[in-house]
Design a protein around this ligand. Structure first.
Ligand SMILES: Nc1ncnc2c1ncn2[C@@H]1O[C@H](COP(=O)(O)OP(=O)(O)O)[C@@H](O)[C@H]1O
Ligand SMILES: [Mg+2]
Length: 316
C-alpha cells in the first residue's frame, strides 16, 4: 500500500475558528485505490477538513495537495477530476433533479447517460421532482448521483448517507464496495461506525479537531481482544470492578453495566473471571471487539490499552 501513489495529501492542516473549534495539525494520506474513512462525531472537524481539501478555504497552517497540486484556489481543476459530495448539499432553486444533473454535466462538459440512468435506478430516485420539494433523503441521493455520474476515479464524500433510510444506506454501502473493486480512490467522512467498518481500508479518527488515530481496518479485525459486557446486581460491584480488573480496558460504564476489552488469552481470560470474585454479577456477554469499541475507548481514560498507535486520554 505504502508504495502506491498518494492521491490526497493533507499535511498538518490547522484551521482555528477560536474557542477550541476547528481542526488542529491534521494529516491525512489517501493512497490510490483505497477507501479512507474519516470518522468523527458531529463537530469533530470533518467538513472543515474536506472543504480545505476541495480548495474552498486556505489552510492557516499546513499544506494540501490532490494529485500533487495544491488545492486552494484550484477547486475547478479538482472538480474536473474528483466527484464531490458536500456535507450540506445546496441545490439551486427552480430546477428539478434532472435539471440540476444536466447543469452539473454541462459544467464538466461531459455526459454519460448510461451511467446516470444506472445510478438513478440504483438509488430509486425520481429526477423529475423540483429540488425544492425533495425530502432530505432525496436531496442526498441527488447529490450522490451527481458525485458519481461522470465516473470519476476519485471521490470525496462528506457524510454521504446522512438522511438516507436504512435500506438506502445498505444500497450505498454495497455500491461503495463495488466502486472500490473498480479501482476508485475514496475519502469518506462519517460518524457511523458500521458504514466505515464495512467499506474502508484505512480509518482515521478525529475528535475535537484533533487526529487521534489512523489504522488499517484489517489490523482492527485481527486484534486478539474480545469485549466483555458485565451486568451487575448492584452499583457497588460495578464501582469495584475497575480496581479488580487486572487486564483490559474499560470502554463504557452505563448504570449497572460495564463494557471492557480484554485480551483473548486463556491466562488473562482466567484473570477476568478471578477479578469478578466477591462481586454480584448477574450477566456476562462476550462480543468481538468492534470499531465502535475502539472509537469509544478514546472517550475513556481509565486504562491505557491500544496497539494501533492511538493517542489515549484527553486530546484537548
Ligand atoms: N465557518 C465557521 N465559523 C466558525 N466555526 C465553525 C465554522 N465552520 C465550522 N465551525 C466549527 O468548527 C467545528 C468543526 O465543524 P465541522 O468541520 O463542520 O464538523 P463535522 O463536519 O465533523 O461535523 C465545529 O465546532 C463547528 O461549530
Ligand atoms: Mg460535517
Amino acid at each position: 500500500m505504502d508504495e502506491k501513489e498518494v492521491v490526497i495529501n493533507v499535511e498538518h492542516l490547522t484551521k482555528d475558528y477560536g474557542y477550541g473549534r476547528g481542526v488542529f495539525d491534521v494529516s491525512i494520506k489517501v493512497h490510490k485505490g483505497e477507501c479512507y474513512g474519516y470518522l468523527g462525531p458531529n463537530g469533530a472537524g470533518k467538513s472543515t477538513t474536506i472543504r480545505h481539501i476541495m480548495g474552498f478555504a486556505k489552510p492557516q497552517k499546513g499544506k494540501i495537495t490532490v494529485f500533487g497540486q495544491e488545492t486552494f484556489g484550484n477547486t475547478e481543476k479538482i472538480l474536473s477530476k474528483v466527484g464531490y459530495l458536500p456535507g450540506e448539499p445546496s441545490l439551486p432553486a427552480g430546477l428539478d433533479g434532472m435539471g440540476f444533473l444536466r447543469m452539473m454535466q454541462d459544467m464538466r462538459g461531459e455526459r454519460n447517460d448510461e451511467r446516470l440512468n444506472y445510478l438513478l435506478k440504483l438509488f430509486a430516485l425520481d429526477p423529475h421532482v423540483n429540488v425544492k420539494e425533495m425530502s432530505l433523503g432525496e436531496k442526498r441521493k441527488l447529490a450522490v448521483v451527481a458525485a458519481f455520474m461522470n465516473d470519476p476515479d476519485v471521490l470525496i464524500l462528506d457524510e454521504p448517507t446522512s438522511g438516507l433510510d436504512p435500506v438506502m444506506q445498505a444500497v450505498f454501502i454495497s455500491f461503495i464496495i463495488e466502486e472500490k473493486k473498480r479501482g476508485k480512490t475514496i475519502l469518506l467522512s462519517s460518524h457511523i461506525f458500521s458504514e466505515v467498518d464495512a467499506t474502508c481500508d484505512t480509518i482515521s479518527i478525529i475528535k475535537d479537531g484533533i487526529h487521534v488515530s489512523t489504522f488499517k481496518a484489517a489490523d482492527l479485525k485481527k486484534r486478539d481482544e474480545v469485549t466483555f459486557v458485565f451486568q451487575f446486581g448492584d452499583k457497588e460491584s460495578l464501582a469495584k470492578l475497575p480496581k479488580q480488573l487486572k487486564e483490559g480496558k474499560i470502554i463504557e460504564t452505563n448504570e449497572k453495566r460495564l463494557t471492557a476489552a480484554v485480551s483473548f488469552d486463556h491466562h488473562k481470560y482466567k484473570n477476568v473471571l478471578d477479578s469478578l470474585k466477591g462481586l454480584s454479577v448477574v450477566g456476562m456477554e462476550e462480543k468481538p471487539f468492534t470499531l465502535q469499541d475502539y472509537f469509544m475507548s478514546f472517550y475513556k481514560e481509565e486504562k491505557t490499552f491500544d496497539g494501533l498507535g492511538g493517542v489515549k486520554g484527553n486530546t484537548k
